[in-house]
Design a protein around this ligand. Sequence first.
Ligand code: GLU
Length: 559
Amino acid sequence: MSDEIEQTIRKFALQNAVFFKGTANPKAVVGKILGSCPDLRPKAAEITPLINQIVEEVNAMGLEAQTKALEEIDSSLLVKEKKERKYELPDLENVNGKVVMRIAPGPSGPLHIGHTRVSILNDEYVKRYGGDLILRFEDTNPEKIDPDAYDMIPEDLDWLGVKCNRTYIQSDRFEMYYDYTRKLLEMGHAYVCTCNGDDWRKLKENKQKCPCHDLPVETQLDRYDKFLAGDYQDGEAVVVVKTDICHPNPAVRDFVALRLVRTPHPRTGEKYIAYPMMNLSVAIDDHEMGMTHVIRGKDHLNNTFRQEYIFDYFGWKKPEYYHYGLVNIPDTVLKTSIIKQSIKDGEYTGWDDVRTGTVRAMKRRGIRPAAIRRYWVESGIKPVDIEFSWQNLYGMNRDIIDTDANRYFCVGNPVSYDIDGVDVIEGAAPKHPDHPERGDRKFKLEAPRTVFLADEDSKLFENDGKIRLKDLCNLEYGKPAKYIGNDVSILKKGVRAVQWVGSDAMDATLVMPDGSVVSGKIEPSIKAETNDMVQLERIGFVRVEKKDDKSVSMIFAHR
Ligand code: GLU
């Protein structure tokens, strides 16, 4: 066996030993060698005994000698490779050149975390293949529109890094929906139904057509003219697309395409009273806009089946449809109507209230768009239902913000202590433990050496009799407190180390996830901080929302 192979084995055996406290595992070493050196794979049987022998030799060396030997071979081997998990979305089927995809929200309010999935997935694919990403406002229910949403949604998408290059508003397109509906009526694929809604549904349940279903086309068109002209009251007539009245899935049997609504529309006022239902307008638009691929939630599966009838009646080429699983987002207020009411009632501060799951709230809390993107890319587009995990999202956010987030001391509900028994106290703490090059926050306390502790730490101090002020000194309880040196080993005796700030501290407020606001004090070096995310030691990551010479307001992000 060549020396070279022996050397390779030795290198991997040493590395495995160093990573595992001096004892290499022969099986792991075999795996690693065969994994990294494909040319050795055919020789597996031959080299395994040799690997076992070398591992035994290496294990006899002891950790120190192993480390030294590995360092001599290549010191970079001493560092464990960070396992970079890379998730990629699967390829789309039938991509011929570029794709056309869309995000189609109803403008009832700004976007929330639930909407971000469809937004990110579509954006990822359009970025992968090139083509168009369409933003389509589906505002065909005048009762569920917040006029501000037409501006808020593009702002939210922009912040998410989702790039839509074409925008359409369905309320601009009613005439076109009416024209296509007329064609469906002419072809005998639709009818104007004047039955009582409940009767019509009952008949459908029993696979039976209603009396309007088979009326002659001329009658249908007559009724349709009256329908558009406003001769029927709301609820008195609807236009229905025929499917298969015996379809095994009752939800797919004949569906309503147009209904009458006399509530004025925020954009078109009273100009139109015939409102398309989503299956009509979505199918027509997906065709008209040249959609190649549609990604939507599994909750739209029956809608896809319905819309496919319209495609078939007109002989249109269907997009490829993908239905991802449902997402349960726990402990989060998402319903726009509820948020809107709570804002009106003065309970929520606005659409970005931290208690809501809106994109605005996440932005305010310092959740980065890249974390949200990673979350949904890792979740994929499979039809399995999932439970959304805030903890996982926070973990991904932490990975992104941690390097840039400098550390600061901040105490809530501060209690003051003067310190006796010393003249001047000096100390320093790194802005970031992993980045010494950023320098230290320097502390200097002069008479009367006032410090503030968080109220719960003050109680702890009183109870324990001793406490360590992190990166400064140790104290014995009293008013004033007594300086007892700066020996860190005091921690070994069970004394606790706590955050503190000096008399030069700035006022601070921190909005917590439940909406409560904690008041406190923060060390003044935060004044020069340029990043919006910082870590308050022992509290967690927070976003600095506002800052002036005397005070700082912050929003809690996560631990
Ligand atoms: N407006 C619908 C929604 O946001 C459209 C979805 C779709 O057609 O895929 O749920």
